[in-house]
Write a protein that binds this ligand. Structure first.
Ligand SMILES: O=C(O)CCC(=O)CC(=O)O
Length: 259
């Protein structure tokens, strides 16, 4: 078990893959922990994968109130602590906001970025306030079924693994989830993301109910030179539903941009 001590508490992380593989750092989404990337990493045994549980998720401490800047600072601290040099950074949803933010603020640490199912701004103050109130009043269990509908296409929702993904959401700390909702409500990365000056590829799912493909494409269109891919038969977590398709995109991107 590996932990980096941050001023707010313990941040859990994990490293897999060969020491001489291209280093890829992964940031996960709201209500998921670093197991989000398990299926994808089965497809990519050649990479050195560094994953972490952001504050309030997985095995990390809750970490109080924070914004996307703070989450990006946590990722930067991990990259520096491990002496990883300049990495490829892959982030999904709020993890994709971390990827945009760290790419803009710490280009000394990021060689290229993959933005999955994310945008410069997600949701509205009202939608996040409603979600925060629901979690505060009735817990994550009360919204878990609706989340599963946004996350997964119907074929995946019929699979037995659905129960495990639902459990992952329900077992997330309520305080941790609410703090991440506040960070999402307050984040608008338009000004910095449109000035990104590194290679970026952007991935959407054609059935994403949380960050629809058009929203994701609008962010891709803002970034000079960014490429854009839509993965078919995938909702909000294409690395889970279509790991081979996601891995093919990442493999090509790594070929062009690692070392
Ligand atoms: O997944 C995220 O990080 C935020 C977007 C979202 O609202 C996901 C969901 O539908 O729960």
């Amino acid at each position: 078990m590996q932990v980096l001590t941050r001023p707010w508490g313990a941040m859990h992380y994990r490293i897999d893959g060969p020491a001489d593989g291209p280093v890829v750092v992964f940031a996960n989404s709201l209500g998921t922990d670093l197991r989000l990337w398990d299926q994808l990493l089965d497809e990519l045994p050649q990479i050195r994968a560094v994953r972490f549980d952001k504050r309030g998720h997985g095995l990390s401490d809750e970490g109080g109130d924070y914004g996307v800047d703070d989450l990006a600072d946590d990722a930067a601290a991990l990259i520096e602590h491990l002496g990883l040099g300049r990495v490829i950074f892959v982030g999904l949803s709020i993890g994709g906001m971390i990827a945009q933010n760290i790419s803009a603020r710490r280009p000394d640490l990021i060689r290229a970025a993959v933005l999955s199912n994310t945008a410069v701004k997600m949701g509205t103050q009202q939608s996040w306030s409603e979600r925060i109130a629901a979690v505060r009043d009735a817990g994550l269990d009360s919204i878990a079924d609706v989340i599963m509908q946004r996350w997964f296409a119907p074929t995946f929702r019929a699979r037995p693994e659905l129960a495990a993904w639902r459990n992952m959401v329900v077992r997330t700390s309520g305080n941790g989830y609410i703090a991440a909702c506040h960070a999402l409500a307050n984040a608008d990365l338009t000004a910095t993301t449109r000035k990104l000056a590194l290679p970026v590829t952007v991935i959407a799912g054609d059935q994403d109910g949380s960050s629809p493909a058009e929203l994701v494409k609008a962010t891709a269109d803002l970034i000079p030179g960014a490429t854009f891919h839509v993965i078919p038969d995938a909702g909000h977590l294409p690395c889970v539903e279509q790991p081979a398709a996601f891995a093919a995109i990442l493999r090509n991107f790594l070929q062009d941009h690692s070392r």
